[in-house]
Every structure is written in structure tokens, then in C-alpha cells.
Design a binder for this molecule. Structure first.
Ligand code: MTE
Ligand code: MO
Length: 313
């Protein structure tokens, strides 16, 4: 099967020239050193975790400031640890992420169980600065570290029957106390169409801000699909399954009228209970307009050509 879909490069306006980027990075690192004490708060990037080595600067950068490390790691949705925004940072602290296996299975010629430390070396790690938009109406800019999901898919050699990919989060109420509440039908599951999964913007993230992924952000490995609402980006993944039929996702099972399979960011299709036209970028005061496909239309609009986006929301 063709494993490299046609791909439009990021429009030049969206790419920060490397020297500007490096300069900004240096400035931020300086600021981080100055603002190292957490009580100073603000935009300081109070780097805290183990550094990832050999991370190369990816081609995906934004001419927008990244959300502070503090906000990225303390304002989270991760219902396995509670529904409050500060619950994951507080309650995921004790999650053990070793040993950790990720099973790649289903309609593939090479089913394989990856040990997380082998998975971390599957492909060169890249920094990818992406806009992330939660269906609740807030957004962030996050410098992820990861590699294209396509790299893993290529190695699995999907069969001709593989039309969708299902992602499954760990199921373990002892380690994930939120799973004792029945807010969702655990484990958390998500899905992508094969071409979405193969798209170069779709990554498996294993870090952020150059560091090992904090537990609250989905350690040790999570999906990141920047043109879709945040809930598509499943955290703490243990299974990647290739299937013929569109998988039922946890959110579709919970509220099919509110969450469709595609969940592309779309300011013109409101959630039944609120508008999706605008969003609050965490750290900013005024709301901004939400962009179609979260601003990634030049890269992904072709995937949905001819589809009724009101129907396939
Ligand atoms: N397993 C799992 N993955 C999840 C969630 C969750 O509750 N459980 N929440 C989703 C939602 S709603 C969002 S907005 C993003 C938030 O990711 P972040 O906290 O790293 O920004 O994770 C998504 N992935
Ligand atoms: Mo979300």
C-alpha cells in the first residue's frame, strides 16, 4: 500500500526562520533560568523533568509563542486521574511508566509488542510546535517531542484491510484512580482513518519542552493530531490496532450527538451545547477566532474533500 500520502509543506508564513527560532529559544532559556523559582510563575518555562537527548528541530514551528511549561503541565484533561483541570498534575505523579509495552496488532503483516524504550528509538525524535484546541473552547501552543506515527505504521506493514487505526489507553484502576468512576467506558479509546494516521502532522509524542513527557500529559507515549479537537489525542497508549471498520471511540460511546468520529476543529460546526467559533488561548485574556482545521487546512483539507462536514463532524 502507498505509505507516503501527498503532502503540502507548511506554508512559509507558518515557519519561523531557524535563527529567529533559536534566538527566541535562547531568550526563553535565559528567562527560564531567571524564573526558575516556581513562585515567580508567569511565562517562565520552569523546566523540571529529565531531558530527552538527540532531539532535532523539526520543520513544524509556529510564529506564535508557546504556552508556558507551567500551564502545559498543570491545566490538563486526563479523566483517568479525575475531571478537574489540576487533578492530572496532582494525581498522575505516581503513575509508573516502566515497564510499558505498546502492542501493534490487527490488520498488519508484522504485529509487534514494542517495549517503550525501544519505541523511543524507533525514529529520530523531533520537536514539533503545534496549536492544540480542546473542544471545551481553550487552546495552547505546545512544543512536543516525538516522531511521525507513519514511521511506526510503515514498520507494521498494514494489510489491504486496514482502513482505520484504533488507539487504546492503559486500563488499570489501581494506577489510574479516575477509572473507578464511570464517566467513560474505560479504557479510553480513539481512532483515526488510515490516511489521517499516515499524515506527516500526526505524531506519537514522548516529550514536551525537550523533556520526557510528564505523566499528566500522557506518559510515556501519546497521540498528537493537531487539526482535531484535543480528545482525539489519546494519552498513555498501550495498544495500536489496525481495523477494517470505523472504531467506536470512548467519546462517541459516551455522547454520540456531541462527539463524532472526525472531530476536526471547525468554527462553523458548533458543539450542541456551545459555540466553537472562538477560543481562549491559555495565558491570554481576550478570546481569538478558532481556525478551520485549527489552522492546518493547507496540510489536511484535501483529506476531507467532498465530505459534508456538518454530517461528518
Ligand atoms: N487517555 C486519555 N487521553 C486524553 C484525555 C483523557 O481524558 N484520557 N483527554 C483528552 C482531551 S479532552 C484533551 S484536551 C487532551 C489534553 O491533553 P494535554 O492535557 O496534554 O494538553 O488530552 C486528550 N487525551
Ligand atoms: Mo479536550
Amino acid at each position: 500500500m502507498p505509505i507516503r500520502p501527498p503532502f503540502d509543506p507548511v506554508p512559509p508564513s507558518e515557519i519561523t526562520p531557524p535563527d529567529v527560532y533559536r534566538e527566541r529559544r535562547r531568550f526563553m532559556q535565559g528567562a527560564a533560568a531567571l524564573a526558575a523559582s516556581p513562585w515567580l510563575g508567569g511565562a517562565g518555562t520552569a523546566l523540571a523533568g529529565p531531558k530527552l537527548s538527540g532531539v532535532r528541530a523539526g520543520a513544524y514551528r509556529l510564529d506564535e509563542a508557546s504556552t508556558s511549561y507551567k500551564d502545559v503541565t498543570s491545566y490538563n484533561n486526563f479523566y483517568e486521574f479525575g475531571t478537574g483541570k489540576s487533578d492530572p498534575a496532582e494525581r498522575a505523579r505516581s503513575l509508573r511508566t516502566r515497564p510499558w509495552m505498546v502492542s501493534v496488532e490487527g490488520e498488519v503483516k508484522r504485529a509487534q509488542v514494542w517495549d517503550i524504550d525501544a519505541l523511543l528509538k524507533l525514529a529520530p525524535l523531533e520537536e514539533r510546535v503545534y496549536r492544540m484546541r480542546c473542544v471545551e473552547g481553550w487552546s495552547m501552543v505546545i512544543p512536543w517531542v516525538g516522531f511521525p506515527l507513519a514511521e511506526l505504521i510503515r514498520r507494521a506493514e498494514p494489510t489491504g484491510n486496514a482502513r482505520y487505526v484504533e488507539f487504546v489507553t492503559l486500563s488499570d484502576p489501581a494506577r489510574m484512580p479516575g477509572q473507578r468512576s464511570r464517566i467513560l467506558d474505560w479504557p479510553y479509546t480513539e481512532g483515526l482513518r488510515m490516511d489521517e494516521a499516515m499524515h506527516p502532522l500526526t505524531i506519537l509524542a514522548v516529550g514536551l519542552y525537550g523533556e520526557v513527557l510528564p505523566n499528566q500529559n500522557g506518559a510515556p507515549v501519546r497521540l498528537v493530531v493537531p487539526w482535531k479537537y484535543g480528545f482525539k489525542s489519546a494519552k498513555s497508549i498501550v495498544k495500536i490496532r489496525f481495523v477494517e471498520k470505523q472504531p467506536l471511540t470512548a467519546w462517541m460511546a459516551a455522547a454520540p450527538d456531541e462527539y463524532g468520529f472526525y472531530s476536526n476543529v471547525n468554527p462553523k460546526v458548533d458543539h450542541p451545547r456551545w459555540s466553537q467559533a472562538r477560543e481562549r488561548r491559555i495565558g491570554e485574556f481576550l478570546k481569538r477566532d478558532t481556525l478551520m482545521y485549527n489552522g492546518y487546512g493547507a496540510q489536511v483539507a484535501h483529506l476531507y474533500r467532498g465530505m459534508d462536514l456538518q454530517k461528518y463532524f
